[in-house]
Every structure is written in C-alpha cells, then in structure tokens.
Design a protein around this ligand. Structure first.
Ligand code: BG6
Ligand code: MG
Length: 225
C-alpha cells in the first residue's frame, strides 16, 4: 500500500469554523455597508484572509492601512467566536478517523490556510492526534497553490504519492491536485468535483473503506446510510 498519511484541511473538514468565518465577514461587511450573503461566502471557502477580503470588496479600493484594519477587525470577531470552541465541536467522524489512522500506524497532518489553526486544534483537543501542522503562517502562497500540502508532506518526510489530502473547498481540491496529491473531497459534488473520492462528510467514514476506494480508484458518492 502506498498510502502513509492523510493531510486534513481544518475549516469545514475537522470542525465547522466555516460558519464563524462567515459571521465575522458578515459583521464587517454590514459595518462597511457592502452586500455579502451566505452564497457569496461559499466562494471564500479555503481562501486566505486577504484574498477573502478582496473578494468581499468586489473591486472597491481602500488604502493599505484600512485594508489591514479591516482584516484585523474581522479576525477579532472570529477570535470571539472560536473562544467558545471545545472538543464537542470536532465534526462527526473526524476524531474517530484520526484515531483509526494513528492506530493503523499511519500519520496525520494539518494543511490549513488559517493563521488561527493552532488555537483551533488546541481548543478542539486534537493536537496530539496530528503529527505535523502546516497553517497560514507556514507558506507564502496559499490555496489553490499546492504549497501548504507540500509543506505538510515535507514535515512528515513523505512524498506526495504517499499522502492523501482531505478537503471541503474547491480551492483546496485544486491545491491538492496542483501538488500531485490524491484527494478526498467532502461536501456537494459540484464543490469538490476534482477530488478522487467524494463523501458528504467524514461521518461514518472508516479508514479501511477510504483506503480501498483510493487504492482501487473508486469515485462515488458514498453517502453513508
Ligand atoms: C481557511 C478558511 O481555512 O482559512 C477561510 O476556509 C479563511 O475561510 C482562511 O479565510 C484564513 O483563516 P484565518 O483564520 O487566517 O483568517
Ligand atoms: Mg476548508
């Protein structure tokens, strides 16, 4: 078997901070009187802070100082939300899968664009199940560039062929593919269509099933019953 590790995205894969990112941006957008809907928010999945703000501003220009202030303000709102995070907020199936990976002697890493990732994994109580952490501070080029996943694989001392990326965002799946990784996509097919295997979420996803689908190249929507 070639699979030796899994590299997990954080937001929307291991926990639902996607909702908190939305609320933080929504509050900022309301204050700026810029229209911003949940639908708009979908295109921000996996996208780093600055690039997200640029998408929200839709071509409106501001001096750099104000841009910095807006990013800081959104992050303060976000930090208020994540203060409430506890081990109960690990998404269904995620902790079980991390434990199965550890028990099978394989490795797990984090590959998240978020600069807040270390705090979130600590609050979730999963940092001891991760062998390496690559986050928004680790690389310059963010998703859809592959750098974050290549950085995680390098920390694990494994090749791209030995690591499987788990992602919920189009930009994340693109990053995985750009880096030459196989990828498990979570969520609606239209969002993660480029992935090799697609599940609605990690709920009831077990390592043995995942590995056989990846090894035998089975791409199907295996919605657990
Ligand atoms: C990603 C999220 O994981 O991290 C994005 O999907 C977010 O929504 C990005 O913008 C950056 O997060 P942070 O915590 O550094 O602002
Ligand atoms: Mg995500």
């Amino acid at each position: 078997m070639t699979i030796k590790a899994f590299i997990f995205d954080l937001d929307g894969v291991l926990t639902d901070t996607a909702e908190y990112h939305y609320r933080g941006w929504k509050r900022l957008a309301d204050e700026l009187e810029i229209p911003f809907s949940r639908e708009d928010n979908e295109s921000l999945r996996g996208i780093q802070r600055r690039a997200s703000l640029m998408l929200i501003l839709k071509g409106r220009t501001f001096p750099e100082e104000q841009i910095q202030e807006m990013m800081e303000r959104k992050n303060l709102y976000y930090l208020e939300f994540i203060r409430e995070i506890s081990p109960r907020d690990v998404l269904p199936g995620a902790r079980e899968l991390l434990e199965e990976i550890r028990a099978a002697g394989l490795k797990s890493a984090l590959g998240s664009a978020s600069k807040n990732a270390p705090e979130v994994i600590q609050r979730l109580g999963i940092e001891n199940l991760l062998d390496a952490v690559s986050d928004g501070q680790s690389v310059e080029q963010q998703k859809p560039a592959p750098d974050i996943f290549l950085h995680a694989a390098a920390q694990l001392k494994l090749s791209r062929a030995e690591c499987i990326v788990v992602e919920d965002a189009t930009a994340g799946v693109e990053a995985a593919k750009a880096g030459g990784f196989r990828c498990v996509g979570l969520g609606p097919r239209e969002r993660v269509d480029g992935a090799d295997v697609i599940y609605p979420s990690l709920a009831n996803v077990h390592l043995s099933d995942l590995i056989s689908k990846l090894e035998f190249n089975v791409k199907d929507m295996n919605f657990p019953k």
